[in-house]
Design a protein around this ligand. Structure first.
Ligand SMILES: [Zn+2]
Ligand SMILES: [Zn+2]
Length: 552
């Protein structure tokens, strides 16, 4: 009888940045690692968020022993409010991560049913046949961990997101000695963060940003407005520390930024000297060079406080000439357009804007090539799977692994949905399961298919034409000429003749077809085909055509 094998199935984060999720399955036990979201690309019109497709998991719900979360960033916890009510599995994370998950679940009213277990950064717990041990890693958020997973066939290591900062602002440096011990014991599989596998050398320490912030706080003639992710707690700490040094008071602006900082203060992951945090109603009359704002909007999100300020649409804070604005984050790919628009609007209002292209106001939280190699050298895995990254990141990371001695046959560049079966001696890709994007649009989850997005793209490009066809209720005969209403297609005054001609065309084909109302589907197709062809000949555009029947 064949020995049971361990399956590794990435459901998100491989071949893309975001919506990280890896499934580990052994006989009757499944554990899920991370449940992240991805921000939509610009062509996904009207979509707020993207989360992993979990249909594979829903079919095996009784096997799921738990969801293990490595840290509190959106691309690792953001899908939980949508997926947890379906999966109904207990969640395991460190304390700060649990705090951030609670904030998210509360916003979506999914907190009361959730089972959230807090595990210390070097704690252990058992989930079915898996024993999971956390080990601290350094990342841009405190309380980040990697995972050591003891399975019946060997030890697996999941790096989480990590870098090797020896002087982190908050949180612990990556526990290299634990990894070295494991390497000596024998690691069967390493899954490791590939986000910055393109960059040679080492990622600079967070301290560098602290120094830049100090200069800015000291030299800025007026107010300083720092924008970053609300989950970048160590960055918020650096801003508070730096403001304190130069006797500036700190105003936290915006919903998610306020919720997160309050939670982090309560749990002790943020420290603010007495009297440094201020309420917005204290702002009036305060000298400008004594003021710092911390807010969201580093990605140009339309509803964020910074974008509102940039568009003169924020109720309490307006941009003033002499303000210094610090964008302390790197653009997530796909957001560049929104971010650049925001930068332009801020410059227009006379603010000085500092962002990572012009000043060292941000370092990212992922290891560069030398750090990735060091981890590989310590863990000495038999098999290697690069995770967290687009295809080129994963490929480059696989090459790095080979350069430090992992055989090419033992490195697997997987894509979402690939099933990798790990055995003690050999591993191979044995299948593919459904995976992909589930779109979240406002309040609805998952019922937005790619057809909807294609339609939206079409509407935004070439507009819409509605054809109103009136027929007699009794005889089913056409009444008068069809009406045509268009939006976003052509200038209706300039193109009046062309549109008129298309009305005649529809009238003619309806007469010829001799179709009765019962054959509406036939009329529908006929009208669409005819107009599609006609409009394309006339305008080289393909508007969406919607025939509409009214009985009179
Ligand atoms: Zn992260
Ligand atoms: Zn991440």
């Amino acid at each position: 009888m064949a020995k049971p094998r361990l399956k590794i199935i990435p459901l998100g984060g491989l071949g893309e940045i975001g919506k990280n999720m890896v499934v580990m399955e052994y006989e009757n036990d499944i554990i899920i690692i991370d449940a992240g979201l991805m921000f939509p690309e610009e062509e996904m019109l009207g979509i707020d968020l993207v989360i992993p497709d979990i249909s594979y998991l829903l079919e095996r719900r009784e096997k799921i022993r738990g969801i293990v979360i490595t840290h509190g960033h959106e691309d690792h916890i953001g899908a939980l409010p949508y997926l947890l009510p379906q999966l109904k599995a207990p969640v395991y994370s460190t304390k700060l991560t649990q705090g951030l998950i609670s904030v998210k679940l509360k916003e979506r009213k999914a907190l009361s049913e959730a089972v959230l277990n807090v595990i210390p950064p070097n704690g252990q717990f058992t989930l079915g046949k898996f024993r999971v041990e956390f080990f601290p890693v350094c990342h841009s958020i405190p309380d980040s961990v990697g995972l050591i997973i003891y399975t019946p066939i060997g030890i697996m290591v999941h790096s989480g997101d990590f870098k090797l900062d020896y002087t982190p602002v908050s949180g612990k440096p990556t526990d290299l000695s634990r990894l070295a011990q494991l390497g000596a014991q024998g690691v069967l599989l390493l899954l490791s963060d590939s986000t910055y596998a393109e960059l040679p050398g080492y990622t600079p320490s967070e301290r560098v940003v602290g120094e830049t912030l100090d200069h800015i706080m000291a030299d800025a003639p007026g107010r300083v407005i720092v924008t970053t992710f609300s989950s970048l707690i160590s960055r918020i700490q650096q801003v508070i520390d730096s403001a304190a040094k130069y006797q500036r008071r700190v105003f936290i602006v915006g919903h998610s930024m306020s919720n997160t900082t309050r939670m982090a203060l309560e749990l002790g992951y943020l420290n603010a000297p007495d009297g440094i945090l201020a309420r917005l109603d204290e702002l009036k009359g305060m000298p400008h060079n004594k003021v710092v704002f911390i807010t969201t909007g580093s990605q140009g999100e339309p509803t964020s406080a910074l974008v509102r300020m940039a568009n003169r649409d924020h109720r309490q804070v307006h941009i003033l000439r002499g303000d210094t604005i610090v964008i302390s984050a790197t653009p997530i790919p796909g957001n560049e357009g929104l971010i650049n628009r925001t930068l332009d609007n801020l410059f227009k209002q006379g603010a000085q804007v500092l962002y990572s292209k012009v000043a060292q106001v941000h370092v990212h939280g992922h290891g560069s090539q030398e750090e990735l190699k060091l981890l590989l050298n310590l863990a000495k895995p038999k098999f290697f799977v690069p995770i967290h990254g687009e295809y080129r990141h994963l490929s480059l990371h696989a090459k790095l692994a080979q350069s430090v001695g992992v055989p090419a046959d033992n490195t697997f560049v997987l894509e979402d949905g690939d099933v990798l079966e790990i055995g003690p001696e050999a591993s191979k890709i044995t299948g593919k399961i459904p995976s992909g994007n589930v779109y979240v649009d406002g309040l609805s989850v998952g019922d937005i298919g790619s057809v909807v997005i294609r339609n939206r793209r079409m509407l935004s490009k070439d507009g819409i034409v509605v054809v109103i066809i009136a027929v007699n209720r009794q005889s089913g005969k056409l009444v008068g000429r069809p009406d045509i209403v268009s939006r976003g297609f052509v200038d209706t005054r300039e193109s009046k003749d062309m549109l008129d001609e298309s009305r005649d065309l529809v009238a003619r084909i309806l007469d010829h077809s001799g179709a009765r109302p019962a054959e509406w589907s036939f009329i529908n197709t006929k009208v669409r085909d005819t107009l599609n062809k006609f409009y394309y000949e006339q305008t080289k555009r393909r508007p969406m055509i919607l025939p509409f029947m009214v009985k009179v």
